[in-house]
Design a protein around this ligand. Structure first.
Ligand code: HEC
Length: 750
């Protein structure tokens, strides 16, 4: 395997030149449709009088066709009743180094433009709600292509294109009376919100969609008895044990009859009772580009494209994928050359073992056979890179492992180390590996804590903060300035447990341990582990999400002399919200989180009325700081107004990399095939990947490639992050994708 980081940008530059040089190509189109248009015009011209004849031929053409450049495909989509508005046109090619597809939405007159296509032969077709896919026809950049939409012959055919949420919400949820029973069924301690949380973003839909064709139907491989088949299918593969832990362990198999009844009804032909709406307004201005990367057996967790503090870093550059437990390679996509390469990930210690088994989110062996891979061990997890960030130099900082978790460097226990003196961490499940694309070299930062998500601070030390995700109870950091100067982790690495100032003296003092009763005059240590981590650009405080139910967010104030001065505040999520997973912060310090309740939650600390420390400041002291914004999409029946959307992560577009304005929060929309942004007007805007169905992301970022290039020089980057790429449309053989979302000023801009 080799890295191709500096592939020539020649092709891309050539395309741009063509655009400039051929600004008038739209006037010389020779498509049959145009001839018709012209004939029509000329035959009616006499009636319209001389004024019309003064128009130049190019103006005539522009009236009934769509203006395109030499690297666009455009035309009109017509259906049974005339122009087809709000449907997708998908252009796909296999002529490039990796499979490439671009998707746009038609405007209210059925017109479309797929802009800026690399040279190649494309298959082009129409997909939309209420339709079935139109036949794939040949298209080429620079040519007009009018398309015919094909109406769905019946509801069943139309429903095959609905996002998974419409199917998943057919599943019944046990009524409130089923919970808290002394015996039988659902374990006593499990509340309805726990059940939902586990069947949504903090459980099942934390790894893949439910409701896709692959999950709402049962492969023959698992037999014909649906309950039995469900017991078997959730044991499939190296994540089988994790599925069973939720279903059989946490929920005592209570969901099995509900899952089985759901798939029985689907098999009997029952259809979703809700239908998706076609894209409206801004949603029609979205351009989605996808590239395959990695391979069909391996999944990715995330990708990274830039430094979130300055999103012009690495403009037009490669984007880097994170394979988590799936493989020892880092996929790199060069969007300039449409090349996807794999880079062999470095492991420092020769005796390093795989990160599989208990305490990990994947196992050495399949618990049961997979309908796709049998008993094959398909994942390999030495590298285990969960998430990455770029720094201002374009270096890739990876939460990855390179040594045994117990093989802690000596400073982790050194009583003179400022952090070890206060609190020791016995294991580090993941450390930090740094890759420098300029030198193609990597470095290992041997931290004492486990890393999971990470984010840079806006300070002179260039501090990198990490959450520990699965365990450890600390937040850790690297003073990157110091690291660059010394290459000594003992001097540049620190961490702290989460100490809440319940004594109310504004200082860190003696504290009670997690689970112990509070004591007046003492602080309190939270046994919580933070999942997402983010830094408030305004005051340098570090925030994290806590994945409990109802769950919480925490604010860690480093103070003047960290770690000694570090204090934590905790803010529980009040109803109707529950179940935080990923989150981020805007430039005013408002925190945005994906919630299992089907909301994007926001927390504004400046709205808090009561004291933020002292005996009562233990989580429930600022419900007034919270606000909830319901995600689009249908909800489960019988549990009140809700959205079944099960968002994994939220990210805030602090620098307007997308085009909806600064500080727009964007969540992954894991049951509706894309992302969802909360506009300034309070309306949710769905950003959907219509093809292949089943797109599922675990994070995103946004990059400004060229601040002077308008919408073309900016966009969001994300990767498909579901654990089983073979569950998406197309089935076995489908690969993860890198995805770019751009927002045009109108649906025809090119
Ligand atoms: C840790 C990640 C993870 C979690 C959590 C998870 N799954 Fe899965 N699931 C997988 C993977 C990986 C596969 C693919 C297995 C295979 O096909 O080899 C899968 C496959 C499936 C399938 C398809 C099996 C088939 O081929 O018929 C279903 C259905 C499913 N999961 C349901 C669930 C449910 C229900 C839950 C929650 C109780 C859940 N999953 C939680 C990772 C996960």
């Amino acid at each position: 395997m080799r890295v191709k980081l500096c592939s020539s940008p020649g092709r891309w530059i050539m395309l741009r030149r063509m655009r400039i040089g051929q600004a008038n190509t739209r006037k010389t189109q020779k498509e049959p449709e145009m001839k018709t248009t012209r004939r029509f015009y000329l035959s009616t011209a006499a009636a319209l009088g001389f004024a019309a004849l003064l128009a130049t031929p190019s103006q005539l053409v522009a009236q009934n066709t769509v203006a395109i450049d030499s690297d666009d495909i455009g035309g009109v989509v017509t259906g049974q009743n005339g122009p087809e508005a709000g449907v997708w046109v998908i252009a796909e090619t296999t002529d490039l180094p990796t499979r490439y597809a671009k998707m746009v939405v038609t405007d209210d007159q059925g017109r479309y433009v797929v802009p800026d296509l690399p040279k190649g032969k494309y298959k082009v077709w129409v997909r939309g709600y209420g339709l079935v896919d139109s036949p794939k026809v040949d298209g080429e950049p620079g040519k007009q292509l009018n398309l015919r939409a094909v109406p769905a012959p019946n509801d069943a055919a139309a429903a095959q294109y609905y996002p998974a949420i419409h199917w998943y919400t057919m599943m019944r949820i046990p009524g409130a009376d089923q919970f808290g029973q002394a015996r039988g069924g659902i374990p006593q301690g499990v509340k309805q919100i726990d059940y939902l949380n586990l069947l949504k973003n903090n459980g099942c839909v934390g790894c893949h969609q439910l409701g896709t064709k692959a999950t709402r139907t049962i492969p023959a491989f698992f037999g014909t008895d649906s309950k039995d088949a469900w017991m078997k299918r959730v044991q499939a593969g190296q994540a089988g044990e994790l599925m069973v832990t939720i279903l059989a362990g946490q929920l005592a198999a209570a969901p099995i009859p509900y899952l089985a009844e759901w798939t029985d009804r689907v098999a009997a032909g029952e259809l979703p009772s809700t239908k998706p709406a076609r894209p409206q307004g801004l949603e029609r201005n979205v351009v989605v580009t996808t590239w395959d990367w990695a391979d069909e057996k391996h999944y990715l967790h995330d990708l990274v494209s830039t430094d979130r503090r300055n999103p012009t870093v690495n403009g037009y550059g490669p984007v880097y994928g994170q394979p988590e437990y799936s493989m020892g390679f880092m996929p790199i996509l060069d969007p300039k050359t449409n090349t996807a390469d794999m880079y062999k990930a470095p492991i420092r210690d020769p005796d390093m073992h795989e990160n599989l088994g208990p305490t990990h989110a994947a196992r050495e062996k399949a618990l049961g056979p997979s309908a796709y891979w049998g008993e094959e061990k398909i994942w390999e997890a030495y590298f285990n890179n969960h998430n990455s960030m770029l720094d201002e130099k374009g270096r890739v900082w990876m939460a990855a492992s390179f040594r045994d978790e117990k093989n802690q460097p000596a400073y982790c226990k050194d009583p003179n180390h400022p952090s070890a003196k206060l609190f020791q961490v016995p294991v580090s499940g993941r450390q930090l590996t740094v890759y420098d694309p300029k030198t193609k070299k990597y470095d290992f930062v041997d931290v004492c804590f486990t890393t999971h998500h990470l984010n840079f601070a806006y300070d002179a030390n260039n501090t990198l903060w990490t959450s520990s995700g699965g365990g450890g109870g600390v937040v850790g950091w690297v003073n990157v300035k110091k690291w660059d100067e010394t290459h000594d982790p003992a001097q540049s690495v620190g961490w702290t447990p989460l100490i809440v100032d319940t004594s109310g003296d504004g200082k860190r003092g003696e504290y009670t341990e997690p689970g112990r009763p509070q004591e007046p005059g003492k602080d309190m240590r939270l046994g919580q582990v933070i999942y997402a981590v983010m830094v408030n650009p305004k005051d340098g405080s570090v925030w994290g999400t806590v994945r409990n139910n109802p769950g919480a967010i925490v604010r860690i104030n480093p103070g003047s002399n960290p770690p000694e001065t570090m204090l934590t505040e905790v803010y529980n999520v009040p109803m109707p919200g529950f179940g935080p997973r990923g989150g981020d912060i805007d430039s005013n310090g408002v925190v945005w989180v994906s919630l299992g309740s089907g909301h994007m939650g926001s927390f504004d600390r400046s709205k808090c009325k009561g004291p933020l420390n002292g005996l009562t400041a233990t989580g429930n002291h600022c419900p007034e700081g919270w606000a909830f914004h319901k995600y689009p999409g249908p909800g489960f029946a019988g549990i009140g107004d809700n959205s079944a959307e099960s968002s994994y992560y939220s990210w805030v577009d602090q620098h307007d990399t997308f085009g909806m304005g600064k500080d727009v929060p964007i969540s992954t929309a894991n049951l509706t095939d894309g992302l969802v942004a909360l506009g300034k007007d309070g309306k949710m805007v769905s950003l959907r990947v219509p093809y292949p169905m089943g797109f599922f992301a675990k994070g995103l970022d946004g990059r400004i490639d060229d601040p002077n290039a308008g919408w073309k020089g900016r966009g969001l980057w994300t990767s498909s992050g579901d654990r089983a790429p073979w569950q998406v449309e197309g089935g076995k053989g489908m690969k993860p994708m890198a995805v770019h979302f751009q927002l045009r000023p109108d649906p025809l801009a090119h």
